[in-house]
Design a binder for this molecule. Structure first.
Ligand code: ATP
Ligand code: MG
Length: 384
């Protein structure tokens, strides 16, 4: 009897001719998630088995698997020869000691001498005989014992299906650059894109010395938590202090945020190109703050050619918070360190800035020189 974790994949089977590619990426991602833990990863028809692990590592493996996109469901159980005695021995371990139960059998091996129903009845009967505290309830049982009779003369026996993260394997939908602040929204935005298979890189703008080291550490920590789902090795940071000072000194105060965002997008596009990222990702949500109006969004889109994805555009703050808590970024996001956007924040930011007015104000700045200068402050911080 061998203890195994069974991993079933999600949408991958839909991908027809690309299936081999999707499976390879998925397999690499599973291996990456299990790095540092002794195990064996085996592919069997339509699923993966993790075996040869230390019992003490089982919880950690399950927790890591729960964060891998492309996993539809997973179970911990046993792999045994498919004869009834061996199956029964595993079923006894999997089945709790009391309460109502049923046995559900899936028979992939159609040459097996019994039907699914016969197997369920036989194992169910043996379990009842062995333990009088159990009772069968086929409609609403407290426990289900699952038997999966495989073609290779083996059976998988397990007690539950845990829901996986769903989505597609990270890396199958190209690469995107996430503009990550220290807030609640941007990490969730990165998560959403990673869920659709996008490999995420991270870029953060700071305004040192107006913002401090702690603010930066917080973003590193957010990127680190996110990378457990979304991949990525490092966080790029760029200093925008001089840009903010120039805007503050020379331009209409109500455009401070709008103008800064246009600089952020320009810089981000260049960083993205260096990193091979094909799009920008932000945590904007329509109407959430003054800069996230249709006009604000259009004014920042106007300075870049790469597509900009805003997966939270239609989400309420409460919906975003629920997700942030689930992902595990919320507690870090609400730590009270200053973000660069709050430095030089105008009292009345323009809600519907006209593009012609923005462009007029921007002429007071040497945009290209400021972008180039900011790029010289580019730093790469390892997040692992
Ligand atoms: P968040 O919770 O993600 O900080 P927010 O509600 O505070 O979002 P804004 O400050 O208007 O909204 O920022 C909108 C988006 O712009 C963010 O979601 C993020 O993608 C990007 N952004 C803002 N500030 C920064 C920053 N300092 N570095 C990198 N990206 C930023
Ligand atoms: Mg913010």
């Amino acid at each position: 009897m061998e203890k195994v974790i069974i991993v079933r994949y999600a949408e991958i089977h839909l991908k027809g001719k690309n299936r081999g590619y999707f499976e390879r990426v998925f397999c690499v991602n599973l291996e990456k998630a299990l790095k540092g833990i002794r195990h064996e990863l085996r592919r069997t028809s339509g699923r993966y088995l993790i075996a040869a692990f230390d019992d003490l590592d089982a919880e950690e493996i399950l927790s890591r698997i729960s964060r891998v996109f492309g996993v539809h469901s997973y179970s911990i159980g046993y792999r045994v020869p498919s004869d009834l005695d061996s199956v029964f021995a595993a079923a006894r371990i999997v089945c709790p000691q009391a309460g109502t139960f049923k046995v559900e059998t899936h028979r992939a091996d159609k040459r097996y001498p019994m039907t699914s129903i016969e197997i369920s009845a036989a194992i169910g009967g043996k379990l009842l005989d062995a333990n009088p505290a159990l009772k069968v309830d086929v409609h609403a049982p407290q426990h289900t014992v699952y038997l999966d009779i495989r073609e290779e003369g083996t059976a998988l026996v397990f007690g539950a299906f845990e829901e996986g993260a769903g989505g597609m394997p990270v890396g199958t939908s190209s690469k995107g650059l996430l503009l990550i602040s220290g807030g609640i929204d941007s990490p969730v935005a990165g998560y959403m894109m990673a869920k659709r298979g996008m490999d995420v890189e991270y870029l953060h703008f700071h305004s040192y010395p107006y913002t401090n080291e702690q603010a930066k550490d917080k973003v590193v920590e957010l990127a680190r938590i996110l990378s457990r789902y979304a991949g990525g090795e490092s966080l790029a940071t760029v200093k925008v202090t001089h840009i903010q000072e120039e805007i503050h000194k020379k331009c209409a105060p109500e455009l401070n945020v709008t103008l800064l965002r246009r600089f952020m997008f320009r810089i981000a596009e260049r960083v993205a190109k260096r990193k091979g990222a094909k799009c920008l990702i932000t945590g904007e949500s329509l109407g959430q703050v003054a800069s996230q109006t249709m006009e604000g969004i259009a004014s920042s889109n106007a300075v870049v050619t790469l597509p900009v994805f805003r997966p939270l555009i239609g989400f309420d703050k409460e919906e975003i918070i629920v997700r942030a808590k689930k992902i595990g970024t919320f507690d870090t996001s609400v730590l009270p360190y200053e973000d660069c956007c709050t430095v030089f924040l105008p009292e009345f930011p323009a809600i519907k800035p006209k593009l012609s007015f923005i462009e007029e104000e921007e002429k007071k700045l040497d945009v290209e020189a400021l972008v180039e200068e900011a790029l010289t402050t580019l730093e790469r911080i390892s997040i692992h």
